[in-house]
Design a protein around this ligand. Structure first.
Ligand code: KQY
Length: 368
């Protein structure tokens, strides 16, 4: 498929909200042993449970390496799940896959951002990442979608959320981090987002969740539930390192209007835990120089906000935590038209992210 040299905005395309009707969800099979413990086997079981939960609502495509192709097909032998061979460096398709954009004439295209493993050689999580860099193109080729390139502009899909009505939420901690686009100012970064996603207003939360190894992706901290309404990870405990982060985010949200001139209604989602990996869980991860080290003293960035909206469903992580039931009830109240399905998320969290980070929704074509 051809690479386009214009921008989505110039061509009449925009990024729809996650709740817009979807054709399918993309996932990538986890296997790298220096990120997933015990050769990835527990994570593969958790990942398959997520894929099967989504497949109740819509088709799922799982990309898998040649080495794991046979195994993944057996584990994912379910109607509605398609397995395709694709090399990658890890499983985080939210960040390595394309951001799909649509127009009002029934076309779907994709934005292929630059990817540097969440910070390149200044805090990035593994190296090399050249196969991850190719994931967006491969997905778009399979779907026969045309591709926009961002000319080296680095961005991960987990670092943005949009309402589909002109507003984007992100964090300064990530997008203004010197390890992403140090040559660009805030205004220049905003200009790229406006062109690539056709948004008008960018809401900058200062930080994401404490210890998030992505440098504070918004998708682990705050997300849209509908235009003008967000769900924010929350703690009332002043001793929790997340406390100042939550307060600062609330301060911004309470004092900002979106692209349509609305003030934000902010819903609070309790943070589970604090959660930590055990000695045994850490010992199961291969130690490789240059890869994120696992240590039981480091708090995990567990969050119920890291859920995926699919057609008619909400696929959210549970943590075997006392807060699980309350989190489910909050989500069900916020999404009365969706069925909330909780899937065990601890194994995914041990790898550094969760359900939203491991999925990429493909919006359905729309004709107005
Ligand atoms: O959370 C994400 N969006 C990606 C996390 C990558 C973790 C690699 N260890």
């Amino acid at each position: 498929m051809s690479t386009l040299h214009s921008t989505p905005r110039a061509d009449g395309f925009y990024m729809p909200a996650e709740w817009a009707t979807q054709t399918q969800t993309w996932m990538i099979w986890p296997e790298r042993p220096d990120n997933w413990r015990l050769g990835g086997k527990p994570a593969q079981a958790a990942h398959a449970a997520v894929a099967k939960a989504i497949a109740r609502f819509e088709p799922v495509t799982v990309a898998v390496s040649a080495a794991q192709y046979e195994n993944a097909r057996v584990r994912l032998d379910v109607a509605n799940i398609r397995v395709v061979e694709m090399s990658s460096d890890d499983a985080w398709v939210r960040d390595t896959g394309p951001t799909f954009v649509i127009n009002d004439s029934g076309e779907v295209r994709g934005v292929h951002w630059g990817f540097n493993s969440w910070g390149g050689f200044e805090g990035g999580l593994y190296s090399p990442w050249n196969r991850d860099e190719q994931v967006a193109s491969k997905v778009l080729e399979i779907e026969r979608c045309q591709e926009y390139r961002t000319e080296g502009f680095v961005l991960e899909g987990g670092s943005i959320h949009v309402d589909g009505e002109g507003t984007l939420i992100t964090t300064e901690e990530c997008l203004l981090n010197h390890n992403r686009n140090p040559h660009l100012s805030r205004e220049q970064i905003e200009a790229v987002l406006r062109e690539q996603l056709a948004v008008e207003q960018i809401v900058w939360l200062p930080d994401g969740l404490y210890n998030d190894e992505t440098d504070g992706h918004v998708d682990n901290f705050c997300c849209y539930v509908r235009p003008g309404e967000v769900l924010l990870a929350w703690t009332d405990d002043p001793q929790d390192p997340n406390y100042p982060r939550c307060q600062a985010a609330m301060q911004v949200l309470e004092n900002t209007r979106d692209a349509k001139g609305r003030t934000f209604k902010v819903h609070k989602m309790p943070i589970p835990g604090p959660l930590y990996a055990t000695e045994e869980e850490c010992a199961g991860v291969d130690a490789v120089d240059g890869t994120q080290e696992r240590n039981p003293s480091v708090r995990l960035a567990g969050s119920y906000v890291n859920f995926l909206i699919v057609n008619g469903g909400i696929i959210a992580p549970s943590f075997d935590d006392p807060m699980d039931a309350q989190a489910k009830a909050i989500l069900q109240a916020l999404f009365p038209e969706h069925e909330v399905v909780m899937v065990p998320g601890r194994e995914l969290l041990l790898g550094g992210g969760n359900i939203h980070c491991l999925t990429q929704q493909q919006p359905a074509p729309r004709r107005v």
